[in-house]
Design a protein around this ligand. Structure first.
Ligand SMILES: NC(=O)c1ccc[n+]([C@@H]2O[C@H](COP(=O)([O-])OP(=O)(O)OC[C@H]3O[C@@H](n4cnc5c(N)ncnc54)[C@H](O)[C@@H]3O)[C@@H](O)[C@H]2O)c1
Length: 372
């Protein structure tokens, strides 16, 4: 088998983690012509088998089956957050590029270790969210970067719901170390703010936990109780390199759901962005002196989860940087860990890492077209 760097044609993919989110990924990964999903794996092999049969994936099995598959070039790591670094590191050691679901890691040490291991091996790391590559956020970022709101100054974001235990059949991990509303939803909002403003330099936050025990609301385990280990309401301020600042609420404690609120104010206008957990949605602009919003439709591709994997695959073949990088995801993780530390310490925390700039995605980028 030829080394990864000299291969041609569609890029071989192996998926590890056949749970809830794997369906959204496979809906796209199995139809993008520049990708070929050869194998799906899970610690529960029957889960992998079921997904393989659902999507016509030729092979399934345990983790090693995907890691050592000769045609796999990118491992798509859709395991739970606590397993992200372990699975990604095993993939790097097996010589595979890795796309990981968010968060990148649970702590700085293991995240930095993964970045260094991959760098030394010449292996690429990509990480969710790739929603910022969708038409909605790309259109908004184009407007911001070409100066339609003047100089970006401040932002407000809100994500608040009663919590995911009502709909997720296995929600306990979402209330453990490495999750909660900050680590689970923060990546969408912070990645968007970083794309608009640049790197985060310092943060301050307060957090709280209203309930020690929650109850699973759906699926075969409905009615089972689990413990809550992390703050379920976080209110965080961030200041960016440019001096711009943001205020964000991340909460699983609100009877009233209000999600996807992102407003960025500049010297000339305020822009309302679409929900950063999605790939599409209108943009609204309120210029100084206006009496109502002007709606701007999103333009560009909005296929959904897997766009970041495809961008990574095409970038591997072209020998150019991909957009949703491990370094960007590490900066988001570093910022979230700093927010947690600020909650505990009651002080501002400086964020040491920086995010590399991600190139804009061309409006005519076409996931359904075979280019390799
Ligand atoms: N569910 C969603 O709506 C959603 C949305 C966006 C992102 N995500 C992210 O996707 C990831 C997975 O979430 P999910 O909701 O699919 O979880 P899930 O619990 O439904 O699925 C995770 C799967 O990974 C497997 N797994 C866990 N550890 C493993 C290991 N060490 N080796 C092999 N397999 C292992 C589990 O058996 C399970 O099948 C998380 O990081 C989550 O933050 C989920």
């Amino acid at each position: 088998m030829s080394p990864l760097s000299t291969r041609k044609g569609p890029v071989g993919v192996g998926v590890i983690g056949a749970g809830n989110i794997s369906k959204q990924y496979l809906d796209n990964l199995t139809v993008f012509p520049d990708l070929k999903v050869h194998v799906i794996a899970d610690m529960f092999e029957e889960a992998a088998e079921a997904r393989a049969k659902e999507y016509g994936i030729p092979e399934w099995g345990g983790v090693d089956k995907a890691l050592h598959h000769p045609d796999v070039e990118i491992i798509v790591n859709l395991t739970v957050p606590a397993a992200h670094v372990e699975v990604a590191t095993a993939a790097v050691n097996a010589g595979k590029h890795v796309w990981t679901e968010k968060p990148f890691s649970l702590d700085r040490e293991s995240g930095l270790g993964l970045l260094k291991t991959a760098d030394a091996a010449g292996i690429r790391l990509g990480c969710a969210p790739d929603t910022f590559l969708g038409a909605g956020l790309q259109t908004a970022l184009r407007l911001i970067h070409r100066g339609d709101i003047g100089t970006p100054l401040t932002a407000m974001t809100t994500f608040q719901t009663p919590g995911p235990e009502s709909w997720h059949p296995n929600p306990a991990f979402l209330f453990q170390h490495g999750a909660g509303p900050l680590f689970d939803m923060g990546p969408y909002y912070l990645t968007t703010l970083i794309q608009a403003f640049g790197s985060i330099r310092k943060v301050a936050a307060v957090g709280s936990k209203a309930k020690e025990i929650r109850v699973i609301g759906s699926g075969p385990k409905a009615g089972e109780e689990f413990t809550v280990d992390v703050p379920t309401h976080v209110s965080a301020m961030a200041q960016f390199d440019s001096g711009a600042s943001s205020h964000s609420v991340f909460s699983f404690e609100s009877p009233r759901a209000r999600v996807g609120f992102v407003e960025i104010t500049g010297t000339e206008a305020t822009i309302s962005l679409p929900d950063p957990n999605y790939f599409d949605g209108d943009i609204k602009l309120w210029r100084a002196g206006d009496e109502d919003w002007t709606t701007i439709p999103a333009t560009g591709p909005a296929n959904g989860r897997g766009m970041g994997v495809l961008d990574m695959a095409r970038s591997i073949r072209a020998g150019v940087p991909h957009r949703a990088t491990g370094d960007l995801a590490y900066h988001v993780l570093d910022s979230m860990v700093s927010i947690s530390e600020s909650i505990d310490a009651g002080t501002f925390i400086n964020v040491e890492s920086s995010a590399p700039a991600s190139a804009a995605l061309p409006e005519d980028w076409a996931p359904e077209t075979a280019t390799l």
